[in-house]
Write a protein that binds this ligand. Structure first.
Ligand SMILES: Cc1cc2nc3c(=O)[nH]c(=O)nc-3n(C[C@H](O)[C@H](O)[C@H](O)COP(=O)(O)OP(=O)(O)OC[C@H]3O[C@@H](n4cnc5c(N)ncnc54)[C@H](O)[C@@H]3O)c2cc1C
Length: 390
């Protein structure tokens, strides 16, 4: 992958970060990751090592135990771990969404309570916004927070919330009672996993990953005033402080899958010989793999642009770029994994090569956290100024 290897595109510090994270990821590799996933266990050892090395909190403020870097750095961590065979989905949620929102909008007490643990990996926080009756239409979410004296009472349902069983708490998006209808005025609450009235149930998924997805039931969950993160009247701004990093990190997740698959496919195509030359000499295989390399490289550049804009505080430009990066990386990953499976023939579906499992994983980048159709709606309306159909 040439372009990003250039100092003109990426600083020496970030290139060194890529190298170091890649070295750690390769010490574990896809065999470790897939064994954990198939056993239904968290990738604790890798998570702890990455936390100790400072990689999990690389984007969080240094005064709260983080690395003082940005989303660009955290995206590098996830991309390189994924490339090495270990795409840790919870990185998208715990340090990228929850860590960013708390760092930007939390009180001093909330920052001291959560950020050091999120940064060193000793604590994890999941994120719940999706609801069964709202889906892509986030304005329709109906989880309600109402005041009861100094406390809040939270009631509603969520779906597809990743990694609750490995997390200490969940950052939930709700709406206040007086804003039940109309445009969403979201407010965010940290809910510790053992809070009475908070129940969750694993959804049987076809995904091979250490993180499960959960249905959530919130029934008059009583929370102290300090569970609210940010201002209840701040509107969408503070939510998007977390959602744009989520899109950049999901792009990095897809890029990791794509590069992992391309690496395995190229390696195989160089050595597997069934006629007189290795199968990689046949243009029917070489050209699609070359196209994948081009698409991955383009998506990486867009992901980098989105991260840099976000880290520079250009939230509006970062929003457009993050959507485009997430789309491009999701498409590149889906095409690359498909082509990689084809390249390996029957071995594309054996557990030994670990590519079949990636087929379902690449769908994540097309569906979550915002589907590719919703990204195209966004670009059609905001970038091109076309009318809205829904
Ligand atoms: C593995 C995984 C992990 C996840 N983790 C989390 C998590 O940790 N926390 C969390 O809150 N959520 C999580 N999600 C949920 C994810 O964000 C949602 O699945 C996603 O937002 C889409 O919502 P939906 O599934 O309800 O699909 P729907 O909204 O029902 O959409 C179904 C289809 O209709 C299309 N569609 C809908 N509206 C339009 C339109 N206006 N124009 C064109 N097409 C349209 C969509 O693009 C999609 O193809 C996760 C999902 C997955 C699969």
């Amino acid at each position: 992958m040439s372009t990003i290897g250039s100092q003109l595109i990426e600083t020496p510090e970030r290139r060194a970060l890529r190298q170091a994270v890649g070295d750690l990821g390769r010490r574990y590799g896809s065999a470790y990751y897939l064994a954990k996933a198939r056993a239904g266990e968290p990738a604790d050892e890798l998570w702890a090592d990455a936390g100790k090395a400072g990689y999990l909190g690389v984007n969080l403020p240094a005064e709260y135990g983080g690395g003082g870097g940005g989303i660009t750095d955290l995206a590098i961590v996830l991309e390189e771990l994924g490339t090495a065979g270990c795409p840790l989905l919870l990185l998208i949620v715990s340090p990228a969404i929850c860590g960013t929102v708390i760092a930007r909008y939390g009180t001093e007490e909330q920052k001291r309570r959560w950020l050091p643990g999120l940064a060193d990996g000793s604590r994890k926080m999941a994120f719940g916004i999706t609801e069964p009756d709202a889906g892509s239409n986030t304005h329709r979410i109906s989880t309600v927070a109402r005041r009861d004296g100094e406390d809040w009472l939270l009631t509603g349902r969520k779906v597809f919330v990743s990694g609750i069983d490995h997390s200490d708490a969940v950052l939930f998006v709700a709406r206040t009672e007086d804003a039940r209808t109309g445009r969403l005025k979201p407010c965010l609450f940290v809910v510790p996993r053992d809070t009475p009235g908070f129940e969750y149930r694993a959804i049987p998924m076809e995904l091979v990953a250490p993180e499960k997805q959960f249905q959530v039931f919130l029934d008059d969950v009583r929370l102290p005033a300090e569970a609210l993160v940010g201002d209840e009247n701040a509107g969408l701004l503070q939510l998007f402080a977390g959602l744009n990093p989520e899109r950049v990190l999901t792009a990095a997740f897809s890029l990791g899958l794509a590069r992992q698959a391309l690496g395995k496919a190229v390696e195989y195509a160089k050595t597997r010989t069934v006629w007189s030359t290795p199968i990689g000499a046949h243009q029917g295989l070489a050209h699609p793999l070359a196209q994948c390399a081009v698409e991955i490289e383009l998506a990486r550049l867009m992901t980098q642009k989105a991260g840099l804009l976000y880290d520079a505080g250009e939230d509006v430009a970062a929003g457009e770029a993050a959507n485009m990066a997430k789309y491009a990386a999701g498409e590149a990953a889906a095409r690359t994994v498909d082509q990689a499976v084809q390249t390996l023939g029957g071995n594309g579906l054996t557990q030994e090569y670990g590519l079949g499992a990636l087929l379902a994983a690449t769908r994540v980048g097309r569906v979550a956290p915002v589907s590719r159709e919703m990204v195209l709606n966004y670009v059609a309306q905001h970038t091109l100024g076309l009318p809205k159909s829904y």
